[in-house]
Design a protein around this ligand. Structure first.
Ligand code: C2O
Ligand code: CU
Ligand code: CU
Length: 496
């Protein structure tokens, strides 16, 4: 039943027997037309931990469940953490360890486009987290149905907007698409004194795109198109609701905008023309707030923003638009341009502020002695279709790590993209600083600490990171999930 191996010949040789029967469903399909702003935004529940000593303990079960994502779509089966799409929110505090027991009750096989395929076992990765290798959700440590694993998160890192998601071998794209992603926030008690909006006014917005079948189910395809572009939807959802509206009070809100889409980048603007005030990126707060009329988010990047609704009259409606080709245009029409709508409502007291100085910043020390590594991002065409490579290799769990880094060292990693596609590069464990994009030196403090950065088409990026805290093997990969599943991933190893 293996019609199309996702990982190329080298990988095929070592893949377990019960491997993906492929999901080459052919024709793409289009979602039924769905009216925007019909359903209210949902805010995923924040789970309450059980205390075990100092440790906050959670149990989360991955399982199939029903979800309704738009007024005019039937309820459909999703795969969710605790059966929710997206998963519940975890709110951790810096310095307080969290253990999450992830239980898998996902099915063994999956019916898609009329053929049955074997599902790879899930592994859960906390994206952006500084954790030991055994807690990093490596696909080699995946969970068979009915089993669990305790993932230990020390939360000894900056306050940040993280997310957890499936990282199964060769099927991360399919699993995440069907719902396996959720928000994980680390609050830093020191940030409390800044006076940023909090509580009910601090809200995660997880943006995804999907194609729906007429029965409401999510249409996932790995075909010749999506092997190229990654799985792109034709309809945008926020927190699992198609183009929702959200009633806001006339005051400031903090939104943790998370792009959890398989392959789509967003170019977000407010149709009022007002800027977002960006206060944080992937790895936590920026040194200074930045007013931005356009917020660009590649897959799995995050933008922490404040929007002030106090200047608007009650009844004002503000649309969050996604405009790639019409940046700055007053009215973007066309598919995929509406993300959500804010409906300004009653006045509210607001003692929150956005201070001019949010956090301290130090450039990583880089000099002529700094180790510089180069990674070539490229493609190969096989009998089964396109596969994606780093330094000529596709991912294989049995490969030795592509590079070994000495614990504690700062290194420069340069990604050279020889393809015409954007590759959002993600490195596990560390947050990096951006040094250079296409030869143009960057001020890293403007980008903030990042864990995903786009290697532009036929271009290059250079980042710097300190590899510290743990030794062992970690992944780095393209975070276009189909590129990742089709080989554009490798292990690196931190050695003592
Ligand atoms: Cu967001 Cu390797 O993952
Ligand atoms: Cu990650
Ligand atoms: Cu890619």
């Amino acid at each position: 039943m293996i019609r199309n191996t996702a990982l190329g010949l080298a990988a095929l040789a070592v893949m377990p027997r019960r491997v993906l029967a492929q999901m080459d469903m052919g024709s793409s399909g289009t979602s039924p037309a769905l009216a925007a702003f019909q359903d209210p935004l949902r805010i995923p529940p924040v789970l309450t931990p059980v205390l075990r000593g100092k440790t906050q303990f959670y149990t989360i079960t991955m399982r199939a469940a029903l979800a309704k994502v738009h007024r005019d779509l039937p309820t459909t089966i999703i795969w969710g953490f605790d059966g929710l799409y997206p998963g519940p929110t975890i709110r951790a505090t810096k310095g307080h360890p969290v253990v999450i027991r992830h239980v898998s009750r996902l099915p063994d096989t999956h019916q898609d486009g009329g053929s049955e395929m074997t599902m790879m076992y899930p592994a859960v990765h906390l994206h952006g987290a500084h954790v030991a290798p055994q807690d990093d959700g490596h696909p080699r440590e995946a969970l068979p149905p009915g089993t669990f694993r305790d993932y230990h998160y020390p939360n000894q890192q900056r306050g940040a907007t993280l997310l957890y998601h499936d990282h199964s071998h060769g099927q991360t794209g399919m699993h995440v698409y069907h719902g396996l992603a959720g928000t994980y926030l680390i609050d830093d008690p020191e940030e409390q004194s800044l006076g940023l909006p909090q509580g009910d006014y601090d809200i995660p917005l997880m943006i995804q795109d999907r194609i729906f079948n007429s029965d409401g189910s999510f249409n996932y395809m790995l075909d010749s198109n999506t092997r190229e572009t990654g799985m792109l939807g034709d309809t945008i959802l926020v927190n699992g609701v198609v183009m929702p509206y959200f009633k806001v009070a006339r005051r400031k809100y903090r939104f943790r905008i998370i792009n959890a889409s398989n392959a789509r980048s967003y170019y977000l603007q407010l149709n009022s023309g007002a800027p977002f005030v960006q206060i944080g990126s992937d790895g936590g707060l920026l040194p200074k707030p930045m007013a931005k009329t356009l917020v660009e988010l590649a897959p799995f990047q995050r933008a922490d923003v404040v929007i002030d609704f106090s200047a608007y009259a009650a009844g004002t409606r503000i649309i969050v638009k996604n405009c790639e080709s019409c940046v700055g245009c007053p009215d973007c029409s066309g598919p995929l341009t509406s993300v959500m709508r804010f409906d300004v409502d009653a006045a509210a007291t607001d003692d929150s502020v956005v201070p001019d100085c949010l956090s301290s910043w130090e450039d990583l020390p880089i000099d002529a002695q700094t180790v510089t590594r180069q990674f070539i991002l490229n493609r190969q065409t096989t009998a089964n279709g396109t596969i994606w490579t780093i330094n000529g290799q596709t991912f294989d769990m049995n490969n030795p790590p592509l590079v070994q880094v000495k614990h504690g060292d700062v290194e420069r990693w340069k990604f050279v993209n020889l393809t015409g596609h954007r590759h959002p590069v993600h490195i596990h464990l560390i947050q990096f600083q951006v040094l250079d994009i296409n030869g143009v030196p960057q001020d890293p403090s403007v980008h903030g600490w990042k864990d995903v950065l786009v290697a532009p088409p036929n271009g290059q990026i250079t980042v710097a990171a300190r590899f510290k805290g743990y030794t062992g093997k970690y992944l780095f990969h393209c975070h276009n999930l189909e590129h990742e599943d089709l080989g554009m991933m490798a292990d690196y190893e931190i050695i003592p």
